[in-house]
Design a binder for this molecule. Sequence first.
Ligand code: GLU
Length: 364
Amino acid sequence: MNLVVKIGSSSVTTDDLDVNHQVVDSICDQLVHLHAAGHHVAVVSSGAIALGLGRLGMRGERPSDLVTLQAASAVGQVGLMAAWAAELAERGLACGQILLSASDFMERRQYLSARATLSRMLEQGIIPIINENDAVADDEIRLGDNDRIAALVAGLVGAEVLVLLTDQEGLYTADPRRFEDANLIEEVQEVTRELASLAGGRGTSRGSGGMVTKIMAARIAAWSGVETLIAAASNPDALRAAPSRKQGVGTWIAKSRRRLPSRKLWIAFALPASGYVKVDEGARRAMRDRGSSLLAVGVTEVGGAFSAEDAVEVLADDGSVIAKGLARLGAAELRAEVQHRRAGMTADYSALALHRDDMILLEA
Ligand code: GLU
């Protein structure tokens, strides 16, 4: 089977911003085991920025300006790759570096090209070591979150399991750093909003994620037909145990019953939303219960400056995101429709805001 494993910055680097060789070693040992059993694994490794800062002697407070961090990532990425390549070569495994940008998920052609390369590497038993192309991704377009990248890659390569390795054992009933009686949740059937709120805040100063981004990544994975295991990077068996879905190694998050086709996954989770439309309860029900398209007449509010074909979020009256899709009308035209109706003028009941074929319902 294909698997994707992601290791966070707080696990792959030490407190003094060096490579955590113990963790890299342990993961490489497990990769050998998985390969011998016929599995193919892609690794998403964070840590470029943290390691780069260490190598540049910037161990104090993390610089806040993006360009310095980008420069640091360029330095750190080399060290990161050197560590992975050396450890894997020692074990007879080949690896290659893949640096992805947001546009590789957003542009369909690049998406297919990335998929072809990654699939070929996996077929040939080469371990892709993936990171975001931090050195050139500017603030506007960077994904900035390797949990999400790992989930998108898992969908891209048709993985069966996504393993998110971090500095915690898994998802707890409360933040274990603050509450002593917090318990590990071993199994989650569905990622709900309540669950996301359990996840607490940001992780460490070195990593960017924390549990929230892991839960969101697990949600992307679930819709892609991929199961997620969140486990401790220090657990020497977590990755090895993934193909057999072994219990007791962390938190398993089930895949959803419905697997979205790749175009819909791409619209739902890779394309950034350029705005939103808020809809009334009637439109919400028609979309949810009958799989209807969204007509302009059901829109009550329009946010942002999107054009036709841009991705937008569909919000319920309470502001929760219930769907995402490609707009058929631009924001200005839709706003005009809403104002028309408010002024009591006859609305065009057939004007389409979002077509069902370009829309993904995201209600749990
Ligand atoms: N790409 C960043 C790095 O390698 C990490 C992003 C993340 O922590 O999710 O430093």
